[in-house]
Design a protein around this ligand. Structure first.
Ligand code: SF4
Length: 323
């Protein structure tokens, strides 16, 4: 049997801070500003050193947001930069997702990231009256502006939809159309995550999970709306194994970063990649590791970053075309 291929990124998440000035009702991540210590560089280094030679490639720098007008904003940005720089110096490939950034901030972080990300979630403004009532960063026009800004800066980008937070089906199609349009202009969206809302223990909202049937329908429509060079990503910890196989059959091709802990959905542990690979193999799917930057974007990197990426591509093997 010829195996079909699904990709994933062997990853580890560093959280510079859990504090966030937004209060999305479904959030299981945030703390109030000033209520938790920031991750120190020394602690980050200890964590990263313990991961060396363990197969981890991507370091996801996932941060709560310090308000753009806060006098701590520049210190926070510099801290993100230093964490990325540290990860690079230890041979990893950083990918930062830290909310909306100014053009100067994004350009600064581009120099120490091989790709970056920001979920669009949904473009309907109606959510600003419900789950995003206290989340000014979730204004749809700001999210889309961030995608355009990343395109202008030639940053390989990951975005996605959060599904089942009060949007209609038509809203979902509109969000996909908006992403497709930006990609047609800038060509920088490497993957789109379809993240089904999955209730957690610490959120205020606690609604019902997005249904597997609707997820399959969304994948099918996303595959029609999005250009073919954008991979569709499904988080494997948020669906059952049989649903995951159905998602792959419906057109998803990537499982995103898999590491020891899902910081956004802490109640849903990631599968162990080796076990997942074995399980998928029994259904004819080969699970293949990839880098957090897709090959067509290597030319956008500085020489320094490109050298690190090329080293990883060689290590993963020239025969793996998806790497
Ligand atoms: S979901 Fe993200 S932006 Fe919203 S409150 Fe949580 S950490 Fe902040």
């Amino acid at each position: 049997m010829n195996a079909k291929t699904a990709t994933y990124s062997p990853a580890y998440t560093l959280v510079p801070t859990y504090e966030c000035f937004n209060r999305c009702s479904y959030c299981n991540f945030r703390t109030d500003p000033g209520k938790s210590d920031w991750l120190t560089l020394a602690d980050a280094e200890a964590q990263l050193r313990s991961l060396q030679h363990q197969g981890v490639i991507e370091i996801l720098i996932l941060s709560g947001e310090v308000h753009p007008q806060s006098d701590r904003r520049s210190r926070w940005l510099q801290h993100l930069y230093e964490l990325c720089d540290l990860a690079l110096s230890l041979g990893f490939l950083p990918h930062t997702n830290a909310g909306p950034l100014s053009v100067v901030e994004m350009a600064h972080l581009k120099t120490v990231n091989v790709s970056m990300g920001l979920m669009v979630e949904q473009v309907t403004p109606s959510l600003l009256q419900t789950v995003h009532r206290h989340a000014p960063s979730k204004r749809p026009e700001l999210r889309l502006q961030q995608l355009a800004q990343a395109g202008e800066l030639q940053i390989p980008f990951t975005t996605g939809l959060l599904l089942g937070i009060g949007e209609t089906e038509a809203d979902r199609w509109q969000t996909l159309e908006a992403i497709a349009q930006l990609h047609r202009r800038w060509g920088h969206i490497q993957e789109v995550i379809l993240q089904p809302y999955s209730p957690g223990q610490t959120e205020a909202w606690a609604s019902t999970a997005f249904s597997p049937a609707q997820l399959l329908a969304t994948i099918a429509v996303a595959r029609r709306i999005l250009p073919a060079d954008i991979a569709l990503q499904i988080p494997p910890n948020l669906v059952s194994r049989s649903q995951l196989l159905a998602c792959l059959d419906a057109g998803a091709s990537d499982l995103g970063g898999i590491g020891p802990h899902d910081e956004v959905n802490p109640d849903y542990p990631h599968p162990i990649d080796a076990e997942l690979a074995t399980s998928l193999a029994s259904s004819g799917w080969k699970l293949v590791p990839r880098l957090p930057i897709y090959p067509q974007y290597d030319q956008w990197l500085s020489i320094e970053l490109r050298n690190v990426v090329e080293g990883w591509r060689k290590r993963l093997g020239a025969s793996r075309v998806q790497v």
